[in-house]
Design a protein around this ligand. Sequence first.
Ligand SMILES: CC(C)(COP(=O)(O)OP(=O)(O)OC[C@H]1O[C@@H](n2cnc3c(N)ncnc32)[C@H](O)[C@@H]1OP(=O)(O)O)[C@@H](O)C(=O)NCCC(=O)NCCS
Length: 163
Amino acid sequence: MGQTLPKPGLRPFLPDDVPVLAAIFTASIEELTGEDYSEAQQQAWMEKAEDEDFGRHLASDLTLIATIEGSPVGFASLRGKDHIQMLYVHPAVAGQGVAAMLVDALEKLAGGRGAQSLSVDASDTAQGFFAKRGYVAMQRNSITVNDEWLANTTMKKTLGAGQ
Ligand SMILES: CC(C)(COP(=O)(O)OP(=O)(O)OC[C@H]1O[C@@H](n2cnc3c(N)ncnc32)[C@H](O)[C@@H]1OP(=O)(O)O)[C@@H](O)C(=O)NCCC(=O)NCCS
């Protein structure tokens, strides 16, 4: 894996972040999910960055951005008090703990909002990441995204004291 990166920071989402987050979203799908999804599925998924809802949901959910030396490298969002809606890391910094830092923060925020547990519809690419953090598979789903069927897995973690 690449060299160790400077420690990432975290900050809240701002409306001007939408284009850079769309670029992280598409790069992450294109380069990190190819072993789990077909090219047609990846294409349909990446096209979601062009929906008006993409920016609208980032703004209405609680979205956190991971930065390295001030530049966004990943983002994650909490919907309501207990659902992780988005988690995407730029392939150039994958495997360096950026997603772990984002999800640590979302777990604390969910706990602060009074959630007893946290759920996520994890992509097949992210399932191992969430399993390692104690999320348990509850059900397998097939969803349609721009006319393609994609599988994911609803996973859930009980939030303990101190989270
Ligand atoms: C899944 C994803 C967010 C992980 O991001 P990342 O920054 O590379 O993950 P981290 O470096 O924080 O990983 C933390 C730990 O989880 C492990 N991990 C990461 N991905 C894993 C996987 N697919 N399977 C098993 N373990 C995994 C890492 O090895 C690391 O373990 P360590 O603490 O022992 O070193 C990233 O691969 C991604 O953006 N994927 C494409 C988009 C996607 O599928 N998003 C999820 C939508 S629900």
